[in-house]
Design a protein around this ligand. Sequence first.
Ligand SMILES: [Zn+2]
Length: 87
Amino acid sequence: MSISNKTLGEPCSSNVCEEGGYELGDFISDIYNKKETSKEDTIMCKGHEKIGRGQTRKCLNGFKIKVNIKHNNSLNETGEENLMITP
Ligand SMILES: [Zn+2]
């Protein structure tokens, strides 16, 4: 399984945020590459808010995520991975 080829994302909950969202793909592929089985972290939103006069500031929303991965130790990588995302 090549999870890095998938676009995993969650939308930002802020209604003033633009182009917001959380990129879970990198987070999960990092765990996958390190063969970790579970990880809990907060991913920051990649969006921004307009604060007037053409200025923006970074959105401070975070998305708390806990991921559990059961690694399949077979020789090829076509095995199914069990991925559980708990917001
Ligand atoms: Zn946001």
